[in-house]
Design a protein around this ligand. Structure first.
Ligand SMILES: Cc1cc2nc3c(=O)[nH]c(=O)nc-3n(C[C@H](O)[C@H](O)[C@H](O)COP(=O)(O)OP(=O)(O)OC[C@H]3O[C@@H](n4cnc5c(N)ncnc54)[C@H](O)[C@@H]3O)c2cc1C
Length: 349
């Protein structure tokens, strides 16, 4: 079997890139060293927080906003092609704070209002469940959420149906570069796959792939605690001091997350669980009686130069890595930009 494109890494970035390439008629294989979707892409909270997460005007904010705008169509197409519901909801985001710091928060988002983005400064509490101590809020009505494991399942079913082959247990050691052009990949065990195009989507491990032209991607560990309620107490994604809270329609609430540079040490720590729960219960006291459903940790791929999406500087090698805190949000834009770069199409996102 010969391939037009080899994708290194079977997380959400590799999978949406493969899907978009298959939609455009390319024969694609995704090489995944362990199990597709088992790393950051299933661990994420699924906040689509283009405004909650944007720290100021600039290229990164533009990427987040552009990808958020693609989400309704992206989610609908995935559901249509896979039959899997992805839990996309434009539920809005609330950045809550103590009364004394409201002005500071307003100033931090002033650039968004100047740009014409919808930023509300409600005078009355928006969610009854939120403690009076955090009743001051800035509301971003266009932010939302998605359920990452379901998003991944939908993308991988759609990709498989479109003809993408997934190979689990296939670790790529090196991108083969000959005369300044990528010509294939070398796997552990000595196998070589030759092909005209390689996409690097190896998440936090991207800089460990030799020859891949990316040397600054590092893991940033995030821990999440999952709680369960009989029915949702609030509907917005809530970002407050020390934690964010993501309410699912079925009563689950995800509480996240830490930002830790501890290498690839994948574990949940007692201190992080305590700190996240303290912060969450201070913001929504009604969570005190929630069921503790579980906890997990994973790695955000951080690149000092921001998300690396598109051309790499080596012909035939396209990048889809370094998405850090916003990879789920950036998935639709990444799939399109990667496919544009590989096929030489005019930018479609
Ligand atoms: C706790 C947490 C919360 C988050 N919350 C959000 C959120 O609310 N909203 C949001 O937008 N984003 C969020 N993110 C970020 C988001 O999860 C990531 O940016 C995104 O999942 C990165 O996708 P990826 O495909 O690059 O990485 P991954 O999902 O990690 O996939 C990379 C894949 O490559 C494979 N691989 C690595 N090396 C090789 C190799 N040499 N050969 C073959 N395969 C290889 C790995 O096994 C892995 O499966 C969160 C992340 C974490 C950890």
């Amino acid at each position: 079997m010969s391939w037009d494109v080899v994708v290194v890494g079977g997380g959400i970035m590799g999978t949406v890139s493969a899907l978009e390439l298959a939609r455009r008629g390319r024969r694609v294989v995704v090489l995944e060293r362990s199990v597709p979707g088992a790393e950051a892409s299933s661990a994420a909270a699924g906040i689509l927080g283009a405004q909650l997460e944007a720290h100021g005007p600039g290229e990164e904010a533009d990427l987040l906003l552009a990808s958020r705008a693609l989400y309704p169509g992206f989610a609908a197409a995935l559901e249509d092609e896979s039959g899997v519901s992805v839990g996309y909801r434009r539920c809005g985001g609330l950045r809550v704070c103590a009364p004394g710091v409201r002005r500071e928060v307003e100033l931090a988002v002033a650039w968004q209002r100047e740009r014409g983005l919808p930023v509300e400064l409600p005078s009355a509490p928006v969610e009854e469940a939120i403690s009076e101590s955090f009743a001051q809020a800035v509301r971003f009505v266009e932010d939302g959420q998605i359920d990452p494991p379901r998003l991944f399942a939908a993308a991988s079913v759609a990709a498989a149906r479109a003809g993408v082959e997934f190979r689990a247990g296939a670790e790529v050691r090196r991108v083969i570069v000959e005369r300044e052009r990528a010509t294939g990949v070398a796997l552990g065990g000595g196998e070589v796959l030759s092909c005209p195009d390689v996409v690097l989507a190896a998440g936090s491990w991207s800089s460990l792939v030799a020859g891949a032209a990316v040397d600054d991607v590092r893991p940033v560990r995030g821990q999440i605690v999952e709680l369960g309620l009989r029915a949702p107490l609030f509907s917005h994604v809530v970002l407050g001091p020390g934690a964010y809270l993501v309410p699912r329609a079925d009563g689950r609430v995800l509480v996240g997350s830490t930002m830790e540079r501890v290498g690839f040490e994948k574990r949940v720590t007692a201190g992080a669980v305590r700190d996240l729960l303290d912060a969450a219960l201070a913001i929504v006291p009604g969570l005190r009686d929630a069921t503790l459903l579980g906890s997990w940790a994973s790695f955000r791929p951080h690149s000092a130069s921001g998300p690396r999406i598109g051309a790499s500087g080596i012909a035939g090698l396209t990048l889809a890595t370094g998405h850090h805190r916003n990879g789920i949000l950036l998935a639709p834009l990444t799939g399109r930009r990667v496919a544009d770069a590989v096929t030489g199409a005019a930018p479609s996102a």
